[in-house]
Design a protein around this ligand. Structure first.
Ligand SMILES: CCCC/C=C\CC(=O)SCCNC(=O)CCNC(=O)[C@H](O)C(C)(C)COP(=O)(O)OP(=O)(O)OC[C@H]1O[C@@H](n2cnc3c(N)ncnc32)[C@H](O)[C@@H]1OP(=O)(O)O
Length: 285
């Protein structure tokens, strides 16, 4: 059996794999772990904010920093995944948006904008190994990547309308990047959460596999497709596909922030979010 000798798990830890490799930690925080396989040059960014990887200011900042770290370490690609067995990311942390303090709310949204621009516009190939539910902001992270593989029996989608909020343009653009317009419009207006099977059928995810290890291997396979492609030509080509969406946010960041603050602090949004949260808490008991 071939194995990886994992530096992170200690020299004696043997992980089944199809080549001898060394997994090296590039950067690690309480909330994220960024490891690169020295054999392939591909990095895996693991989100680690139990219980559900809800995206708060600190996690968003760590994700952005990790993407930058992967780029500056000249990684050949980046795979996003989760340390949870059932949730990729529960999306934006409601506690950042429910009864918020204005300064923190501003920093939070600004961090989300930056993280999205960094991921969506990354020069290196990006892939998501979706090993759990991926609602709203979790779906945004996945759709900002170039390739998605998902495990069975989970759900993914932009469910904002169910919470009484409207997904901003750039959330919709990431969706439209992978879904036909008609499917995206219907899904967004209904707040639809797709099952894994449905997501594969409409093209929201590219592949379905049974385990996280297989999902990471599929992502590595996807990134491997670019082995013989000039990285500069690849990056510029990707940029040309995405530049309009990136510029639209870049040029309207302040306006987008103000629209978010106005929407979130609206009393009816707060009431809808409060009711949604209460329901969520009841369900989890
Ligand atoms: C103008 C604004 C534009 C953009 C706005 C919003 C975009 C967003 O991303 S909003 C977030 C939308 N997310 C969701 O609707 C997901 C809600 N969560 C779930 O459906 C489930 O938790 C999930 C399927 C992800 C996982 O299910 P379980 O594994 O069964 O976990 P629990 O439901 O028991 O949850 C455990 C624990 O986590 C709390 N939780 C869940 N999601 C969030 C969240 N997004 N933010 C903060 N906290 C969250 C949940 O309440 C439980 O807490 P406790 O009751 O205290 O244990």
């Amino acid at each position: 059996m071939n194995i990886i000798r994992s530096a992170r798990f200690g020299a004696s830890t043997l992980i089944p794999k199809n080549c001898w490799s060394v997994v090296r930690s590039i950067s690690s925080t309480e909330l994220t772990k960024l490891e690169v396989n020295d054999k392939t040059g591909i990095a895996v960014l693991t989100l680690n904010r139990p219980p559900v990887n809800s995206l708060n200011l600190e996690l968003l900042t760590d994700i952005r920093n990790s993407i930058k770290d992967a780029e500056s370490n000249k990684c050949r690609g980046l795979i996003l995944t989760s340390s949870s067995n059932s949730v990729f990311s529960a999306g934006l942390d409601f506690l950042e948006m429910y009864q918020p303090k204005e300064e923190r709310l501003k920093s939070f949204w600004t961090a989300l904008q930056s993280t999205w621009m960094t991921l969506y516009g990354s020069k290196i190939p990006t892939a998501a190994a979706i090993n759990g539910h991926a609602p709203a902001g979790g779906c945004l992270l996945a759709t900002s990547c170039e390739y998605r593989v998902m495990l069975p029996k989970f759900t993914i989608g932009l469910n904002e309308t169910l919470i009484g909020i409207v997904a901003p343009n750039w959330f919709m653009n990431s969706y439209l990047n992978v879904l036909p317009r008609r499917v995206a419009e219907l899904a967004l207006t209904q707040g639809k959460m797709f099952t894994t099977a449905e997501a594969q059928q409409v093209g929201l995810v590219d592949d379905v596999v049974n385990t996280k290890e297989e999902a990471i291997a599929k992502c590595e396979e996807f990134i491997g497709l670019f082995k013989k492609i000039n990285p500069y030509a690849r990056a510029l080509t990707k940029q040309q596909f995405r530049i309009n969406h990136l510029q639209e946010l870049e040029q309207n960041r302040e306006q987008d922030l103000q629209a978010f603050i106005a929407a979130i602090t609206n009393p009816s949004t707060q009431a809808a979010m409060g009711a949604y949260l209460e329901n969520l808490k009841k369900r989890s008991k």
